[in-house]
Design a protein around this ligand. Sequence first.
Ligand code: PGA
Length: 255
Amino acid sequence: MSNRVPIIGGNWKMNTTLHEAEALARALVRSLGDVSAVEIVLCPPFTNLQAVSAIIGSTNVILGAQDVFWERAGAFTGEISPPMLTSVGAEYVIAGHSERRHILRESSAVVNKKTRAALAEGLRVILAVGETREQRHAGHTETVCADQLRDSLADIPSTEMARVVIAYEPVWAIGTGETATPDQAQSAHAYIRDWLADRFDRETAQQTRVQYGGSVTAANAQSLLTQPDIDGALVGGASLKPDEFAAIVRAAQSP
Ligand code: PGA
């Protein structure tokens, strides 16, 4: 057993109107208020951050955002800056989610700018990496993850890594109902940890949490979370269902 505290993130994506977000946050605070030893991070859309922040208050549930821009302020229509996020109580931000890499064409260089700007503002970052189905079938899973990690973490020193969580999210498993098997996920996580040891040092690699994302449900959470290098989950679809998400958090509490 590692001493890494498991982290379960709920990535609500482009779901929830204001009232839906409030209802979901209330239900989760009610059912998860007693959980200790698991970090619980809710990532609602920007428009609902402030409302969810008010509901979370000083409970054990933490607020995160789904994206951030790299400048602090200025003429960047439509963008949201790191200080805007901290000002509404966000402590985490997701960077490099595959939907942004693939649908919005974000490069790892852009992900790196966002990651550095978020860290500079005191935010913690969930940095997502992962291969497509074609890349896996071509045997490129590890090189794809290595390239994304190298470029997304460029110029970030080991001292900053205490505030970075890596999310391994194979693109073919996201929103598809096709979860990576525990062995497939463990093997990628172990590779990522070795990569971190090479890029930084062994201690940083041991302390950095690597969470799995891609069709995590209450039914498969336990088999994933018992793997030695899987330190939590980033949950999309199932995070919109309070009972399902709560069950995933509880699986992380006592896998
Ligand atoms: P999913 O999404 O759980 O719906 O597959 C995970 C993610 O994109 O973070």
